[in-house]
Design a protein around this ligand. Sequence first.
Ligand code: HEM
Length: 181
Amino acid sequence: MYGVIFDFLRSYVIERHGGRSTWDALLNEAGIGYKVYFPVAQYPDSEIVNLATTAAGMLGLPVTTVLEDFGSYVGPKLVTNYEMFVKPEWRTFEVLENASSNIHDAIHRHNPKRQPPLLRAARVTDNRMSVTYQSERRLCFVAKGIIRGLADRYGERINVRETQCMHHGADHCHFDLNRVT
Ligand code: HEM
């Protein structure tokens, strides 16, 4: 997994969970010790799982809750940090449509070592969307959080329901999105 995700995790821990000292404590507790993650370097997927599991243990929360909350933090950051990919007139559904058909695919084409998840978003009606997520990393909780974070960013209320999940044997996860306002 690319260092940019670890960078997001670091700022998430610092901003939402008590600052630099918590990040240092987390690295220690996870057995990693002092480490600087470079955004364009690649790190083992197991390291992000280790960090998320350790953070969940330290917070006394289920790891799924921590991953989803991390996703909700990342959603708005993606829009800001990757503004060259995101048009100003877009809202949640447009970001999702483009993350699937253009953004992730372009990232992978540009550098085949980058393996973003396979996302597919399809409108069912103006206010309903079907999203599928497929990745060996099985980080659908992060994806769900990203969707929630994007909705917050754009001031929209969107109910997100996961109707099938890779953690329960499905070959991809599926979300039903219902935009209320
Ligand atoms: C501006 C939009 C986006 C950009 C620029 C972006 C970029 C990236 C990049 C660079 C990675 C790391 C890939 C790697 O390490 O090989 C990644 C991973 C990921 N992205 Fe996106 N992404 C965007 C939107 C989204 C959206 C809308 C979702 C979900 C709804 C999403 C879900 C994920 C997840 C869950 C991962 C973790 C890796 C995995 O599950 O396999 N991304 N993204």
